[in-house]
Design a protein around this ligand. Structure first.
Ligand code: G3H
Length: 482
């Protein structure tokens, strides 16, 4: 991306969600600027990726696997040197608390290392022949083509790299558009990209969706679309591809993961998992618990303990020790959350915690809403923020119906102690969601576990091993020997 250094066109300003008081009004801090590419510049990046791939004949897709791995190892080494810069930007750009920002960086390094190890193992396995029914076969995995990788603002490094790295290491060439918020933190890594990969193999683009990724999709030259974000974003872009049947999509999308708390749940553990599950990084995780169904016989106890735990969460700036609730990076987010809270309150829910829902500039105090009913927006709509609806139930069927009729199907959590009941629910839900968590919050990790979802929540599966498959395609060489 050397050419971007000499970019003469429009620039876009990047503001921090962290505000400073300037007179009466809190104002966001200006962090920097990024190029606002036009369609022509985006197409140049595409041409670079297309030529480097060269219909599968380029040096990168044809490079021996172990050699390609060395490039990724070099990148990992150079990336390590930028650890502090990236962590600082994660705090400033998206308001991620220091501890979580450091975890995001280290998890990404581990992910790259594990990917390298898994591919080395896969390469060893691929040297074996398969013998079946008189046929001698050898299966090799080849790249898919030109990949467009786009990540979300909440994990702008980690989730993006869970597609970017497998795409590269499997021999695809890549166009990478960083998340809208969490864009500057890629900057310290640009030199590492340049020093680790041949020209054209990875191309970073910035700018408005329509003029950049929209144009790339319309060109029909994108073979693989790896996108973590909203359903709308993914489907709008997919529709632009002139031959959607030739586009492989790996998508991580919206979710509304429920927790179901049974009458026999261990309350202390349940509350602690539900608080972490609903409010880690302000609830801005696709895997966050976004609605809590609690058996009526335990709901008062649950609400009381949950509220105490929420009221104890420290609110502040990302660099403050132990902080839990921090500024929200998406403009207009506090208004949206306020609307969800107002709607629920107008229809009979109350805010149970002290100062819940109060907000100033980009800080929003978590709002615990109870009792929530199906008539309220927050029952079905994804909040992706610190608003927690609690629904009492008398009959477990209400929670089962919720899962079955939901448009989403990423994960759910079950809290209870009766193995038979848990087992029956696991059987009921196995074809409804990608993961069922027993007595623990929803989450993606460990990264060796398949991460996917049903219905509108995902397409394809990610994990260290699954991603290697997702970003490549098997070719069989077969010979009859009888
Ligand atoms: O935002 C969606 C992420 O995949 C959540 O990942 O469960 O590790 O926080 P996590």
């Amino acid at each position: 991306n050397g050419e971007l250094l000499s970019w003469q066109g429009d620039l876009s300003s990047v503001f921090s969600p962290v505000c400073v008081r300037n007179g009466e009004q809190p104002e966001p801090v200006l962090l920097g600027q990024t190029p606002l590419l036009d369609a022509q510049a985006a197409l140049q990046a595409l041409d670079a990726a297309v030529s480097a791939y060269d219909l599968g004949r380029g040096p990168w897709p044809t490079m021996p696997v172990l050699e390609r791995i060395q490039h990724v190892e070099t990148f990992l080494e150079l990336m390590q040197q930028k650890r502090d810069d990236v962590i600082r930007l994660l705090m400033w750009e998206i308001g991620k608390p220091y501890k979580d920002a450091a975890k995001e960086f280290d998890r990404t390094s581990d992910y790259i290392r594990d990917t390298i190890d898994a591919l080395k193992q896969q390469d060893r396995d691929a040297s074996h022949f398969v013998i079946e029914q008189g046929t001698l076969g050898k299966i090799r995995r080849v790249p898919v083509g030109v990949a467009l990788c786009m990540g979300p603002f909440n994990y702008p490094l980690n989730e993006t790299f869970t597609t970017l790295i497998p795409a590269l290491i499997m021999g695809n060439t890549v166009i990478f558009k960083p998340a809208k918020y969490g864009v500057l933190l890629i900057r310290p890594l640009l030199q590492a990209f340049r020093d680790s990969f041949p020209p054209g193999v990875i191309n970073v683009i910035y700018g408005r969706g329509r003029e950049t990724v929209g144009v790339l999709m319309e060109s029909g030259k994108v073979d693989l679309f790896a996108f973590i974000g909203t359903n709308k974003g993914a489907s709008d872009l997919k529709k632009m591809h002139p031959k959607p049947h030739r586009l492989r999509a790996v998508l991580g999308l919206d979710a509304k993961n429920p927790a179901i708390v049974m009458a026999d749940a261990d309350m202390k553990r349940t509350v602690s998992e539900c608080v972490a599950g609903a409010l880690s990084f302000n609830g801005q995780r696709c895997t966050a618990l976004k609605i809590l169904f609690v058996h009526r016989s335990r709901v008062d106890e649950f609400v009381q303990q949950f509220v105490s735990a929420v009221e104890a969460l420290p609110i502040g700036m990302p660099w403050q020790e132990g902080v839990a609730i921090t500024p929200l990076p998406e403009p207009g987010k506090t208004d949206f959350l306020q609307q969800l809270v107002d709607d629920a309150c107008q229809q009979g829910a109350r805010i149970c915690n002290q100062s819940g829902g109060e907000h100033c500039a980009t800080l929003f105090r978590p709002a615990v809403l109870y009792p929530v009913t199906a008539a309220m927006r927050v029952y079905d709509e994804e909040q992706f923020g610190p608003v927690i609806p609690i629904v009492p139930f008398d009959d477990i069927q209400q929670a089962i119906d919720y899962v079955i009729h939901s448009n989403f199907g990423q994960q759910l959590s079950l809290f209870g102690q009766n193995p038979q009941q848990l087992g029956e629910l696991v059987d009921r839900f196995s074809n409804q969601v990608g993961r069922i968590n027993i007595n623990s919050q929803c989450q993606r990790g460990p990264d060796s576990f398949p991460f996917n979802g049903r219905k509108d929540s995902a397409e394809g599966t990610l994990s260290v091993i699954d991603a290697l498959r997702q970003f490549s395609t098997p070719t069989v060489v077969a010979a009859k020997y009888q």
